[in-house]
Design a protein around this ligand. Sequence first.
Ligand SMILES: Cc1cc2nc3c(=O)[nH]c(=O)nc-3n(C[C@H](O)[C@H](O)[C@H](O)COP(=O)(O)OP(=O)(O)OC[C@H]3O[C@@H](n4cnc5c(N)ncnc54)[C@H](O)[C@@H]3O)c2cc1C
Length: 454
Amino acid sequence: MLEKYDVVVVGAGTAGCMAAKTLSSKGFDVCLIDRKGSRLIGDKVCGDAVGKHHFDNLGLSYPSGKEKEGDIEGVKVYSPDKSSVFNISGYGLAGFLINRYAFGQRLLKCAVDAGAVLKDMTHVSAPLVEDGYVKGVLATDTRTGEKMKILSDVSVDASGVSAVLRRGLPPEIGVEVNIEKDDIVICYREIRRLKKEVEDPRFCEIYLDQEVAPGGYYWIFPKGATRVNAGLGVSSRFSEANPKRNFYRYILSRDLFESSEIIHKGGGIVPTRRPLDSFVGNGIIVIGDAGCQVNPIHGGGIGPSMMGGKISGEVIAEALEKGDVSSKALWPVNIRFMENYGAKQAGLDIFRIFLQGLTNEELNYGMKYQLITEEDVLKASLGEKIHLNIGEATRRIFSGLGRLGFLRSLYVMARTIREVRSLYDKYPSTPEVFPEWRKNITEVFERSKRLFWK
Ligand SMILES: Cc1cc2nc3c(=O)[nH]c(=O)nc-3n(C[C@H](O)[C@H](O)[C@H](O)COP(=O)(O)OP(=O)(O)OC[C@H]3O[C@@H](n4cnc5c(N)ncnc54)[C@H](O)[C@@H]3O)c2cc1C
């Protein structure tokens, strides 16, 4: 069977629904495809925390009714020895614990109400590439087994970490196909009903511990007083660490979880790196987790993926009106995402690489001596520039403690963040000069990994 649309969006998650809604409401023919049945769309293993500012920025109404499961004022970040706790609150950290399924269903309804045609239970296997352009997708109706070619002027890969279109792109399209293993965090998460009350339901708790959650963290996010979303993520660099086993051994053994019951459980994968260097090629845009549009420090991707969906919808609409869907015509997606979030995300990725290289001892000292302050962590979570408190007094303390190597790494990290931000300030305005820019940015990240992970 052959069908033709202006745009095919693969994946009805947060990114795909936003892209489909934006385009459909402008009158374009959009086919929104998902391998899940429509009633399961939105059911995703997630931390379920979303900042208020994302709703403000996107003009979406705040979650309410059954979609909202908690109001959050901020985050507490614990050092590995738990002797230091950063209480971080403020506008950027205020938000909601959501019912992920109900929220996903709301976004799906927005897309379908705007006119998108939903093809659920449809598995996409590859992009259709002809004459250097993506011209649609190959798919199978999993109800009937029928094979389909769905043609489109533009295809959007919003299929999450599976990145089904991105992985099938030939090199000449110009989009990165593979993500490095060490840029991925593997998680296990449960939602539990408690017999006890959480200490403070207004605060999410994040615990840093390189032995329990190497290269990641574990979290306890309250959903009201007696329900929590708790989980643990480890960098796949540390393949011997098993997130589920460590979650049961170190987190569920706490008194808080005594006699608690599982409401929902499962594993998930988060890409934690800078965004793809380019999201676009002829006839294709890659967004959301497929495009690595995720905060690399805390793994929050709901907000950035919706931003990616909205920006791509707006740019595709302009390209279709001009009748040009080349990578040059779609390039403004790169420019707009990098300006709005990608440059900050890339700076944070240097911070992530630095943090992943620290030992528990270094984390304990760094937090205790306020080398990184609570305000810095707040700024970091928002993607703003962080200021390091490396004064003369600190230098003396560290020198006395024999930690000058750590101090030097801090300097290098701060300098590299500035280097990255200045490269993104010069993000190419057209695809022609992109290869040179990519070479430079790749070099900075490879160098940082060599240095901080030695
Ligand atoms: C354990 C965990 C905790 C997290 N916690 C948070 C958090 O607290 N806050 C936050 O903001 N973010 C969090 N994230 C990240 C966030 O969930 C994602 O960044 C976000 O959902 C990305 O949305 P997406 O639309 O790109 O992908 P998804 O929401 O994954 O949607 C992809 C869709 O594509 C469909 N699909 C996949 N392959 C195919 C195919 N071949 N054919 C057809 N359809 C296909 C899937 O069925 C799915 O519906 C967490 C992630 C994990 C794993």
